[in-house]
Design a protein around this ligand. Sequence first.
Ligand code: ACO
Ligand code: ZN
Length: 467
Amino acid sequence: MKVTSKLDFDEDFSSICESTAALTEGCRLPVRMHKTDDWPLAEIVSIKDSEGKRQFYVHYVDFNKRLDEWVEEEDLDTRKVQFPRRDGTTTGASTGVTTPKKHHSLAGTGSVSRPASPVPLNNEIVNGNAVLAAALQKKINRKRKAVPVVEIPEENSQDGLTPRQSGSMVIHQDDVVTRMKNVEMIELGRNRIKPWYFSPYPQELCQTPCIYICEFCLKYRKSRKCLERHLIKCNLRHPPGNEIYRKHTISFFEIDGRKNKVYAQNLCLLAKLFLDHKTLYYDTDPFLFYVMTEFDSRGFHIVGYFSKEKESTEDYNVACILTMPPYQRKGYGKLLIEFSYELSKFEGKTGSPEKPLSDLGLLSYRSYWAQTILEIFIAQKPSGESEKPHITINDICEGTSIKKEDVISTLQNLNLINYYKGQYIVCISREIIDQHKKAMDNRKIRIDSKCLHWTPKDWSKRSKWYK
Ligand code: ACO
Ligand code: ZN
């Protein structure tokens, strides 16, 4: 997936840097990717001094942000540096290269640099960093107008740890702070997990090497000791809400974002560590959360979840979906997706995931749609002797609850549709059938609709106050 750049660059203006001292935030250059010998083009997002050594937070331009990382000077190839293009009207500067001194004063010592204050138009000290900061600030100011300030309910203050920005929270999707991972590690049950993206956990917690999270109520603590104290008091051994599905060790719990606000907010905070493209809302009232768990003698452990608007004007049946990283690539993502369509079947509707999809989201959905639709084709029987089986797109939508657009895009992606003698025909080769059968053999766990005990609610009929 191509990541669009945040700033314009003089593509032809790349220069050889004698040392890394001239590098500023916003520069692009080849960087050695962690644990590889690859040197993809990366953009410097932030620079810090750590024990006398400069470290660079980089984003690999053509890769997902979860691969962003801190690198050292020796990982930078300074032979081909692109400097960010300067905004002529603001600065009139002739070079984007800063002196090391100015650079250090902006980067600060030993701490991650934050977006600088807006630079006055008549600022006499002109350097690339200030220009970049100004450009960023302009962008942030524009965003700020668009994002509502949401009050954090007091009950979500945990052990005196209030989430960011003293009572109110605004997530600026484009600012330097939220572009960088801020949590080093989390411990959730028996797993230690390295986060992928920014999530607005309280600042005090982000400075610790690990955030300890109760795997049942999802409350967060700054040390294992604090968590142990919490566990003595916390008697939850499963998510709150109703268990609406159970087969073997897999269960689903339905949680109302209004009734279990603190849990829902903590789930969103946790999920944001692995979801990049979604805005975090503290208003969880309009959502239901479906948490999938795996049961053992210690309790019901969270494997993944998806959220769903109580009422969606766009027919979305999933807002956000996540498999916790230790459980990923084992088929649980497709199980969550299958469950979301099972709910839509019970509602008698078609549904679709909220856009945009992440790279992994798109992969998983495409694979689910393809398998589900192929399954229907393969099960088709001819209606009579020498007759070919006949099926409409609407039949497929009805049978699967997959929205029409997604059915059509899947058929196109699979390249199955041909136009022949005035008719659309679907040709499935023996090879595709064999591949499909093999893939289905690997999907060991499936949703069994007989194990779903659930009646859909008509949220539009409920009073506004009870949504
Ligand atoms: N690299 C390549 N392929 C992958 C990867 C990966 N890292 N992860 C999953 N896939 C493929 C699998 O191979 C599989 O396809 P196949 O069966 O055709 O081979 C398909 O994706 C689904 O695999 P599952 O094991 O069923 O899915 P998983 O449990 O890994 O969950 C999910 C998928 C939920 C997208 C997970 O990757 C995740 O939580 N990602 C982070 C959050 C995210 O991006 N969520 C989706 C956002 S979009 C939205 O919210 C509407
Ligand atoms: Zn707890």
